[in-house]
Design a protein around this ligand. Structure first.
Ligand code: MN
Length: 240
């Protein structure tokens, strides 16, 4: 009985597979990076693929983890080293139902620039109005780390940097996106990358005008209410 009470909905597992394929297809994930969803049947567990390239994930590759990163049903299958990113955020943020960790290339310059700050440049990325804090791993790990969030202590430090935002930059590494649903997490991860690309272009032209905090909030409400549309398109593209 206990076994079945913690089994996630089949639709959630299916959507998580689709999220992996979409994010790989959109260039947010490549051979590395990962996306997880909180177990809809047990809030103290999350679902994440075994250690593999996201573009090749199938339903049987989805594993369950405790929020401290302990694999619950992996058997002899290898798991992602940076799974602590996901668990620590689910623990710190009960509102978060999905997490994307990415090394996407347009975002990376904003993790290392000492002066440029990632900001909402267009209405599709209003969620960035809640801030794009920077996680400096040196503060938690000291000098000489490999920059990876390889244990729960570093996961907690990352979750602290994220705070109440939807997106956190990771210096010299990448970013992590969170959302109250899996589809929104995918949407935000895609548009964080778009925003970074467009913002860098606008900065080359010079002195961009960004969305105000109020515009960002209003734009977020309108665009994110339509998340089913991009999801349907990206899903079809990922499966063709
Ligand atoms: Mn990483």
């Amino acid at each position: 009985m206990a076994l079945y009470s913690t089994r996630p909905a089949a639709a959630l597992v299916e959507d998580l597979v689709t999220a992996n394929l979409i994010l790989a297809g959109q260039g947010v994930l490549d051979a590395f990076g990962h996306v997880s969803a909180r177990n809809d049947a047990a809030a103290d567990r999350f679902l994440l693929a075994r250690n593999m390239a996201p573009g090749q994930v199938r339903p049987e590759d989805i594993l369950q983890f405790a929020l401290d990163g302990t694999p619950l049903d992996a058997g002899d299958r290898r798991v992602y080293l940076e799974r602590f990113i996901h668990g620590a955020i689910y623990r710190a943020r009960p509102d978060v139902m999905a997490v994307v960790h990415s090394h996407s290339p347009a975002v990376l310059p904003f993790t290392v620039s000492r002066s440029a700050r990632l900001q909402p440049i267009c209405h599709m990325s209003g969620f960035l109005g809640a801030g794009a804090p920077l996680f400096e791993i040196r503060t938690a790990a000291g000098d000489g780390s490999d920059l990876l969030v390889r244990d729960d202590r570093l996961g907690r430090a990352l979750a602290d940097s994220l705070g109440s935002a939807s997106f956190v930059l990771m210096r010299g590494h990448g970013s992590t996106t969170v959302a109250p649903s899996l589809k929104l997490a995918v949407y935000r991860a895609v548009y964080a990358e778009v925003n970074a690309r467009v913002q860098a272009q606008a900065m080359q032209l010079g002195d961009p005008e960004y969305l105000t905090p109020k515009e960002a909030e209003a734009a977020m409400a309108s665009t994110e209410g339509q998340v089913e549309r991009p999801w349907a398109l990206w899903k079809a593209q990922a499966q063709s």
